[in-house]
Ligand binder design. Structure first.
Ligand SMILES: [Zn+2]
Length: 151
């Protein structure tokens, strides 16, 4: 299952990527040609403006409320029966595939405190981002559980 998100849904995009889903965020306005070019994706929008067009084109979509990313995430996960595991295999910034790396190799780029305590280091070659698991990983799991209680 792959998604196409309006550009005001970047926080939702990040979380869907945490779950391991292929997400494309629009950097242009929505148009018929944009929708036609992404028919293999489920369109997530905060506007009802395109509903008629989407129905006529036979595309899958979901209208979510603005400004509440927890509710948005809850709705998408439940509506499409998404896997509720934080896979953290895709870059939350660009959606690129994360590669497992050894922290020794990136020592110069890692704050000493993180170097001592974090684990599971991964790297996104697409946007040159280094990520790791640490205390925030437990917080993320809590945030996700809280979001799932929103709908
Ligand atoms: Zn990236």
């Amino acid at each position: 299952m792959k998604f196409l998100l309006e550009n005001n849904l970047s926080k939702l995009a990040k979380w869907l990527r945490f779950l391991g889903y292929d997400v494309k965020v629009l950097n242009t306005a929505v148009s018929v040609s944009v929708l036609a070019g992404n028919q293999d994706r489920i369109f997530i929008t905060t506007s009802t403006r395109w509903e008629n067009t989407l129905r006529k084109m036979g595309l899958r979509y979901l209208v979510v409320p603005r400004h509440d990313w927890e509710l948005q995430l809850c709705m998408v996960v439940k509506k499409f029966g998404l896997d509720r595991e934080l896979k953290l295999n895709l870059c939350p910034r660009c959606g690129g595939k994360l590669l497992k790396v050894s922290k020794e190799k990136f020592k110069g780029k890692i704050p000493p405190k993180v170097y001592a305590s974090a684990y599971d280091f991964t790297y996104c070659p697409e946007c040159d981002t280094l990520l790791w698991k640490g205390l925030h990983y437990e917080r993320m799991k809590k945030m996700f559980r809280r979001a799932m209680g929103k709908c």
